[in-house]
Design a protein around this ligand. Structure first.
Ligand SMILES: [Fe+2]
Length: 427
């Protein structure tokens, strides 16, 4: 099994299922490492809050496409360095920028060769502070692959070497202006007020200004930085000074980066919100087709990400809690996901823990989450919340045949009780 766990819960025999960088960009943990006590303590010291793990009997996932892991790690490290340096120096370093351009070009070659990559992994949240650079990095990957598929489908013409690099670098730099936004606004635990929104809406302008001194930053890269929050319906925001664009004049590469940006933002956890599962983010993108997002590009997004990644947790309307064990989707691009029942609320559900089933129907799902704690919080707040008619404690029944799940949910409940959220009972 695969699951995202809080780092404090790590113990053997879990195996770490992702590469984790330290706050300095050096590799801290590499995928495949056993979750030892020493490793757990090192991660806690570095402020890593959660991590994707697999059980020892689970094999490392065989990727459909073979992206060079060394290069991936290197570009990710250098994107991190570039963003951190910009935060410190309030200016973009030309050396860091050239390094990222050089390596991004190599990575783009890899992303355009062989089978089109499909992103099938559940997101973990390594560290809240890491958001800005991890976001830049992920938006670059999604944008380039979405660009490739749009080009292969004939939606984008002439995606030559320079355009690919512009798309990739525009995506890396799209939010570079956020490095000038106070972190009290950027990481605020709650909705922004109007004044804070005004500051936030300045980030395309800040980004544009930060890149002004560099001739090697092509106009299309600047356009992505300046206009990634503009919408085809004319709403949204662009540069604070000077001319903006009409909705229909937004270049296609900017539209691609916009979708990738929105998708990554929705599936990432932030201090003030829990990340959505891919299927939920995809539904929101579909509902914004034509207004917020380019109608023709929207359906392509479902081809490059797996809506229900392995390890996703689903709370079904009949009270069943299920974990996705074979990833998939409900549309034509993916096979149907296979799920295993891991718990049930209020004795609900026809299926027993341990039973597997094929998910075929979206309407049976109440909500999804990436980890047990987020699932319980969302169920408590959204299903049994203040406005719900449900009274009293919620019996949470867990089958003893699945001791690992029982323990995971029990620990999540203890955490919720400590955080003073009303915890249900476990039977
Ligand atoms: Fe942005």
């Amino acid at each position: 099994m695969r699951v995202v766990l809080p780092v404090y819960e790590l113990q053997q025999p879990w195996i770490i299922d992702e590469d984790i960088l330290s706050e300095h960009g050096a590799p801290l943990v590499l995928r495949g490492a056993p979750a030892t006590e020493a490793l757990k303590n090192a991660m806690l010291r570095h402020g890593i809050v959660s991590v994707r793990v697999r059980s020892a009997d689970e094999r490392a996932s065989a990727s459909k496409h073979a992206l060079p892991t060394g290069l991936i790690l290197k570009v990710r490290q250098n994107v991190r360095k570039l963003v951190q340096k910009t935060v410190r120096e309030r200016a973009v370093s030309s050396k860091s920028l050239s390094e990222v351009i050089e390596q991004t070009a190599l990575l783009i070659d890899a992303l355009f060769s062989g089978e089109t990559p499909v992103f099938s992994e559940l997101r973990s949240l390594s560290n809240y502070d890491a958001y800005t650079y991890e976001h830049s990095w992920s938006v670059m990957l999604f944008s380039v692959v979405l660009g490739r598929i749009a080009w292969e489908s004939g939606l984008v013409r002439n995606l030559d070497y320079t355009s690919r690099l512009n798309l990739g670098m525009g995506a890396v730099l799209h939010d570079i202006g956020k490095t000038l936004i106070p972190s009290s606004v950027l990481n605020k635990a709650g909705p922004l007020d109007e004044k804070e929104w005004e500051l936030m809406r300045l980030h395309p302008q800040h980004g544009f200004d930060l890149l002004r001194p560099y001739n090697l930053v092509m106009p299309m890269i600047r356009a992505i930085v300046a206009f990634h929050h503009l919408r085809p319906d004319g709403n949204g925001y662009g540069l604070a000074k000077g001319k903006t664009l009409d909705g229909e004049a937004i270049p296609q590469l900017v539209r691609i980066a916009s979708i990738a940006d929105a998708y990554d933002a929705m599936t990432s956890s932030r201090p003030y919100k829990k990340g959505r599962l891919p299927f939920e983010a995809l539904e929101i993108i579909v509902s914004g087709a034509g207004s917020q997002f380019d109608t023709a590009l929207v359906p392509l997004m479902e081809r490059i990400v797996v809506p229900f990644p392995e390890g996703s947790l689903l709370f079904l309307k009949d009270g069943t809690v299920a974990s996705v064990q074979l990833p998939g989707g409900l549309g034509e691009n993916h096979g149907r996901p296979e799920c295993v029942v891991v718990a049930s609320f209020a004795g609900g559900g026809q299926r027993k823990p341990g039973e597997t089933f094929i998910l075929k129907d979206r309407s049976v799902i109440a909500l999804g989450a990436t980890n047990p704690e987020d699932l319980l919080i969302r169920v408590l707040v959204e299903i049994f919340g203040k406005n719900s008619t449900f009274k009293g404690s919620i019996p949470l029944e867990l089958h003893s045949a699945l001791p690992v799940w029982k323990e995971l949910f029990q620990n999540a409940l203890v955490k919720m009780t400590n955080d003073r959220l009303c915890a249900p009972e476990i039977r």
